[in-house]
Ligand binder design. Structure first.
Ligand code: AMP
Ligand code: MG
Length: 396
């Protein structure tokens, strides 16, 4: 008998999908709406920030000079309303934090160090030039690059972009994702079940995973186990989304219609089946730059394969680094190995940093994901991995 060709590994499958995952074309987005997105251009400061020298303190703007001076108060510079005159020797201008330093003044003495006597002040301290003065350009210098393309925009980056004079930024958009479920047995959450029916948990769970991964869920659909219905729902999803994620119907059963429908719709198969448990029947495809992931229907299989394949692909489309930081930890208990599939085991971490299964590992036991700190990779092979073996962890 010829040897059975071995299925691609998790890493091979991931690499195959990522090779087809290009960053989406960049778009202009209002700065306040750009949180979490990847910058697709450099941001250069349009002007100095601050644009004018201003006071770091509430106090009096004065000219530099020795201590024990008496100065006449000639006006006020408020935040937003500068003093329009000039400060001469023997004069002072009341000033607020952030207010423009008046012409002629070169320092600010804080209010706590000053004695006010009618329309005069008495300075206890000598005042050196630039004391309590924030110079123009001391935050951002006009013409300099303040944010580089490829930066993820967090709250501080948004503030800096505004400071640089921007109202819009050029970013890679969130991938638009459609989540499709298949199966005659599926019922809307909360509805009473007839014998043989189950509640659709994959739809809401996969949508939540996609949102958490930074995608925009633009569509949710369902197909009963019928070739026509399956084709119709996928065709619509391919129209409106960059990534179509299906759950169920990708196996070889007589009522699994997803693969056939995808091929008929011109979706090119990149890969079918991975040496993975749970998640072997995973189907990955592509059409005109759009990605299609046919995930197995068992809830844990769908969840695990989303993390392993959809999560990095969505990051790549969003212009981010798709590599997931993997850590490792020693096993607290021995674990059996599957002879020809790498296994992703739901584990929790104990106080000593060692990991152990959260509970039963069957692919329908979604409750074993509760309290899981990671998925531990148990490589295929004979026998078992002894306690203490260091295993690779995939974040959940
Ligand atoms: P399938 O991949 O379609 O053969 O489905 C495998 C298992 O997953 C079956 O027990 C299905 O009932 C179950 N399943 C499929 N889709 C869902 C879903 N959306 N929510 C919960 N379970 C599902
Ligand atoms: Mg099914």
């Amino acid at each position: 008998m010829p040897p059975v060709p071995s299925l691609p590994s998790i890493d091979e499958a991931r690499a195959t999908l990522l090779a087809a995952a290009r960053p989406l074309p960049s778009v202009d987005v209002r700065v306040p709406e750009a949180l979490g997105l990847m910058l697709a251009e450099d941001v250069v400061a349009a002007g100095d920030v601050p644009a004018f020298a201003n006071s770091a303190m509430d106090g009096f703007a004065v000219r530099e000079g020795p201590s024990n001076r008496r100065l006449r108060i000639v006006g006020e510079s408020r935040a937003g309303t500068p003093f329009t005159g000039e400060v001469h020797d023997g004069e002072a201008v009341r000033i607020s934090t952030g207010a423009a330093l008046p012409a002629g003044a070169d320092a600010v003495l804080q209010i706590e160090l000053i004695e006010v006597d009618g329309d005069e002040i008495v300075l206890g301290d000598a005042v050196a030039a630039r004391r309590n003065v924030r110079d123009a350009g001391s935050d951002l210098r006009a013409g300099t690059r303040v944010l580089a393309a490829g930066t993820r925009l967090g709250p501080a980056e948004l503030g800096v972009a505004i400071g640089a004079g921007r109202i819009n930024v050029h970013v890679t958009p969130r991938p638009r994702v459609a989540i499709l479920t298949t199966g005659d047995e599926l019922m809307e959450p909360g509805t009473p079940l007839q014998p043989g029916q189950i509640h659709d948990s994959n739809g809401p769970t996969l949508a939540a995973l996609a949102s958490r991964a930074g995608a925009e869920v633009v569509g949710r659909g369902h197909a009963v186990d019928d070739p026509e219905a399956t084709r119709a729902v996928i065709a619509q999803a391919l129209d409106e989304a960059d990534v179509v994620i299906l759950a169920g119907g990708v196996s070889v059963g007589p009522h699994d219609h997803v693969k056939g429908a995808l091929i008929e719709l011109g979706v090119r198969e990149l890969l079918w089946r991975v040496a993975l448990r749970p998640g072997k029947p995973t189907w990955l495809g592509e059409r005109d730059g759009k990605l299609v992931l046919g995930l197995p229907g068992n809830p844990v299989s769908a969840y695990v394969t989303f993390l392993l394949f959809a999560r990095p692909a969505l990051a790549a489309l969003a212009g981010a680094d798709p590599s997931v930081p993997r850590t490792s930890a020693p096993l607290a208990v021995a674990l059996p190995r599957h002879p020809d599939r790498d296994e992703m085991v739901r584990v929790h971490r104990d106080a000593d940093g060692r990991v152990a299964p959260t509970g039963p590992q069957d692919s329908h036991v979604l409750s074993s994901l509760l309290g899981a700190d990671a998925l531990a990779l148990v490589p295929r092979g004979d026998g078992e991995l002894p306690a203490g073996t260091e295993v690779v962890l995939e974040p959940v």
